[in-house]
Design a protein around this ligand. Structure first.
Ligand code: ADP
Ligand code: MG
Length: 250
C-alpha cells in the first residue's frame, strides 16, 4: 500500500509511515489549534515531493491564505504559475477583485454541485494528488442535517479522483467528538488537534483517532507551532487527565 507523507516533522512516525494513499482525513479541532497550518504544511510538503495540491479556501480570503503561507516560507505563487498548485476561492463568491485573478471561484455555497464541479475541474487541471478543504464545516454550518450527506458526496468525488484529502472540521472549545453529526463515520481517518490549559499554560497536542489501512500511534502527542510550521513529538506523550470513575467501586 502506498502512503502519502505529510512531511510534518514527527507526524509520519505517528502514522507509521504516512497517510494511506486516497484516504479522506477529517482534521478536527477547536479555534487556534493549528488545523489550517497543518493542512497547508501538508500541501506545501507535497509540492516539494512533486505532488500537486489544491487548497479550497472557505474561511479566509485567498489573498490572505497566500500571505499566511508565505510567512512560514511556503510561497505557493511560483507553483500556481507552473500549474502545480491551485487555490479554489470559495470565500469571496467572486465579489470584488477576486474574479480578475482567481481562476477557480465558487459563487454559491448552498449549491454543493457547483462546489464539486469546480473542485473536480481544479483537480483535473493540475493533476492534483493532495486536496485540502478548509473547512468543510462551512459547507453545512446552516444545515447540520446535511453534514453527513455532503461529506459522503465529497468522499465519492475525491476517492474517484484518486487524491488524498484533508477535510478540516471545526469544533467549539471544550467540545468532544469531531464536528458535524455523523461526519466522522464517513471518513477514512480522523486526526484531532487540541489546545488545553494545563497548569496555567496552553499546551498543544494531537491524537490519531482512526486511520484506515494502517496501524498508528494510539497516544496523545504534544506538538508545537514554530516559524517553520508544525513540529510533532512522537517520543513524548501528553497526559491530559487521570481517568477517574464517577461510580464508586468501578
Ligand atoms: N509563527 C508562529 N509561531 C508560533 N505560533 C504560531 C505562529 N503562527 C501562528 N501560530 C499559532 O497558530 C495559531 C493559528 O493556527 P491555525 O492553524 O490558523 O488554527 P486553526 O485553523 O485551527 O484555527 C495561532 O493562534 C498561534 O497560536
Ligand atoms: Mg483555520
Amino acid at each position: 500500500m502506498k502512503r502519502v507523507k505529510t512531511g510534518i516533522p514527527g507526524m509520519d512516525e505517528i502514522l507509521h509511515g504516512g497517510i494511506p494513499e486516497r484516504n479522506i482525513i477529517l482534521l478536527s479541532g477547536g479555534p487556534g489549534t493549528g488545523k489550517t497550518i497543518f493542512s497547508q504544511q501538508f500541501l506545501w510538503n507535497g509540492l516539494g515531493m512533486g505532488e500537486p495540491g489544491i487548497y479550497v479556501a472557505l474561511e479566509e480570503h485567498p489573498v490572505q491564505v497566500r500571505q499566511n503561507m508565505a510567512q512560514f516560507g511556503w510561497d505557493v505563487r511560483k507553483y500556481e504559475e507552473e500549474g502545480l498548485f491551485a487555490m479554489v476561492d470559495a470565500f469571496t463568491a467572486g465579489i470584488g477583485k477576486s474574479k480578475e485573478y482567481e481562476k477557480y471561484i465558487v459563487h454559491d455555497l448552498t449549491d454543493i454541485r457547483e462546489f464539486i464541479d469546480i473542485l473536480r475541474t481544479a483537480v483535473k487541471d493540475i493533476g492534483a494528488k493532495r486536496v485540502v478543504i478548509d473547512s468543510v464545516t462551512t459547507l453545512y454550518i446552516n444545515k447540520p442535517a446535511m453534514a453527513r450527506s455532503i461529506v459522503m458526496q465529497l468522499k465519492r468525488v475525491l476517492a474517484g479522483l484518486g487524491v488524498t484529502s484533508i477535510l478540516v472540521s471545526q469544533i467549539s472549545v471544550g467540545e468532544r467528538g469531531f464536528g458535524g453529526p455523523g461526519v466522522e463515520h464517513g471518513v477514512d481517518g480522523i486526526i484531532r488537534l487540541d489546545l488545553d490549559e494545563i497548569d496555567g499554560e496552553l499546551k498543544r497536542s494531537l491524537i490519531v483517532w482512526k486511520m484506515r489501512g494502517t496501524s498508528h500511534s494510539m497516544r496523545r502527542h504534544p506538538f508545537e507551532v514554530t516559524d517553520k510550521g508544525i513540529v510533532v513529538y512522537p517520543d513524548k506523550v501528553l497526559k491530559m487527565k487521570t481517568i477517574v470513575s464517577i461510580r464508586p467501586g468501578v
